[in-house]
Design a protein around this ligand. Structure first.
Ligand code: ATP
Length: 254
């Protein structure tokens, strides 16, 4: 028997998930080494979001095994996985719209630490947490917006805050679900550069439909189709893969 592989941030082994008669994920296996930036692509309905939800623990796997940093998490709860360093962003905004940027980041930062947040308790009681919040705000380009109410931020800044909320949880593996969806070209450029500049020790797995972004950001790409892994490789290998071009990319990326 081999021991746990500490060099892998994520190891998915023969994971399957069905909804009634629909096999959304069919015996998928993939390994993501620590520090890698991996994109998960594929046509609509390929099973990407389902696989994400199984990895984060929001959906139970029907079969197979998932390891996070060498530890079996297949049967662990979302909260247990989060405590082990797994964080995700969502396609749908889950921000506290009537609080400030700083308060949102503080809530995310303390979520994994069992700290209770009281709006009227003096900030100095939370000093180290607050320093961390300021650092995260800097990382996601929100230092000048700390006291802004979230509902009044532009869409692009709200997406930056979503990224900040995940980073504030001190993840070792960060999963991003279509981070650039719905952004203008300018907002997208900002977000991509922020993602690129995240600390290298955070392993990234992202679902993304925007191929330019994927080719720009990812070290490696896994292509899913009809619930299975169709191909895996570097951006150059994936661009050159004829089967991938056929099912997904189209001639503009050939
Ligand atoms: P997209 O790029 O459109 O988000 P995806 O690759 O993320 O697609 P999934 O959302 O994982 O694909 O869907 C895979 C398949 O599973 C689809 O056929 C979808 O209709 C089905 N499916 C997903 N979630 C459910 C659910 N909760 N109940 C029933 N069927 C589901």
């Amino acid at each position: 028997m081999t021991g746990p592989d500490q060099k892998l941030a994520l190891s998915i082994q023969s994971v399957s998930k069905s909804f009634g008669g629909i096999q959304a994920v069919r015996s998928v296996s993939l390994d993501v080494p620590v520090g890698e930036r991996r994109a998960l692509i594929g046509p609509n309905g390929a099973g990407k979001t389902t696989l994400f939800n199984v990895v984060t623990g929001e959906l139970p796997a029907d079969g197979g095994r998932i390891q996070l940093f060498g530890v079996d998490i297949t049967h662990k709860s979302v909260q247990e996985r989060a405590k082990m360093g797994l964080a995700r962003t969502y396609q749908i905004s889950q921000l506290f719209l009537h609080l400030t940027v700083e308060q949102n980041l503080f809530l995310a930062a303390s979520a994994n630490r069992g700290m209770e947040f009281h709006l009227f308790r003096p900030w100095h009681r939370y000093r180290s947490e607050r320093d961390w919040v300021l650092e995260v705000a800097e990382q996601v380009g929100l230092s000048d917006h700390l006291h802004d109410i979230v509902s009044e931020l532009s869409h692009g800044l709200q997406r930056q805050l979503e990224l900040g909320m995940a980073v504030a949880m001190r993840p070792r593996l960060l999963m991003l679900d279509e981070p650039a969806a719905g952004l203008s070209p300018t907002e997208r450029v900002t977000l991509v550069s922020l993602i690129k500049n995240l600390p290298k020790e955070i392993t990234l797995v992202l679902i993304e439909h925007n191929m330019e972004l994927v080719l720009d950001l990812a070290d490696r790409i896994t292509v899913m189709n009809r619930g299975s892994v169709l191909a895996e490789g570097t951006p150059a290998e994936i661009r050159a893969n004829e089967e991938v071009q056929r099912v997904y990319l189209g001639s503009s990326y050939a």
